[in-house]
Design a protein around this ligand. Sequence first.
Ligand SMILES: C[S@@+](CC[C@H](N)C(=O)[O-])C[C@H]1O[C@@H](n2cnc3c(N)ncnc32)[C@H](O)[C@@H]1O
Length: 337
Amino acid sequence: MSDGITGHTIEYKRSAELFNSSIATWAVSAAWDIGIFRVLDGADSFDIPSYAAEKGLHEPSLRATVRALTYAEVVEVDGDRVTRGATFEEFSRAKGLFQWLTKGYGSLFQRMGEVTHTAGRGDDFIRRDATAVSIACRDVNEVFMDEAFFNALAGLEFSVAADLGCGSGERLVQLARRDPTVRCVGIDIAKGAIDVGEKALAESGMQHRVKLIQGDARKLSQYPEFKDVDLMTSYLMGHDFWPREDCVALLRSIRTELPNLKYFLLADTHRDTTNQISDIPLFTLGFETAHALMGQYIPSLEEWESVFEEAGWKCTAQHAYSTPSSTVIFQLEPVSA
Ligand SMILES: C[S@@+](CC[C@H](N)C(=O)[O-])C[C@H]1O[C@@H](n2cnc3c(N)ncnc32)[C@H](O)[C@@H]1O
């Protein structure tokens, strides 16, 4: 069947669109790295040759990146002049999610076929870039998630805050800034994340009140820094506590090993159980596919809700995010034994 314009079939056009969208996806990620979102946030336009010269960029690569961005209407180009396009604001907000996909999990998706073979799932088959994931998540938090987090904090009194799977450590820096009497400790298993955090800490001058530890959040009893914690947070890593019996055991041990703990704000993306595909929201397909490839179970909302009471916690509130979709803050308080 012909579409009557190019002589190509509708199916061909769909495959071309998908291919071109993939290139535009990488261009959105690169646009963040080379400062295009920042420069067009502060100015109406930029000139390709001048911008390349000023930032030390390879002009043909910049031109090609900009052209790929026009495919998604992120920018418009008129000769050498680049201006904001119709989708600029939207992609500027979502850039962290694009970078999570391309730079954070690009090397896993690149090997999607290999790791789908059981023989391709050797010791080190999970390859991701922890540095890129932590930088991407810091941006996602700032754009989409921090406001609800700080709203949930209102009225909670605490003096020692901990963040499990702290990534860049930015949440702790913000907590320390918010209250000069608060001390903070974060733990992350990935060296790349801790390195990003240490650098940001040095820049913030908060090292005296924020400590970052490279270690396993499932083994908190090994770290004396956690013993006085009265507020615990964890963002976008709760699924790593699963399968269910492990999650229940861990939530129980957190409650018993940290006697001063009063609140636990646990925010995570849960499995989308609607099974929709045509209108599937931004992020969901990438998140669920990446974790399926890694063999990491993603619990549904109902499964999350089923563990708290059994583990000795009361869920006093839930705050749902629209982006990332299927993401909820569970506001938990320990039930006294
Ligand atoms: C998606 S990132 C989120 C980072 C951060 N919470 C944020 O919101 O920006 C998940 C983080 O959890 C960390 N992580 C995963 N399993 C962990 C474990 N068992 N112990 C400590 N950190 C873990 C990863 O290294 C990664 O930095």
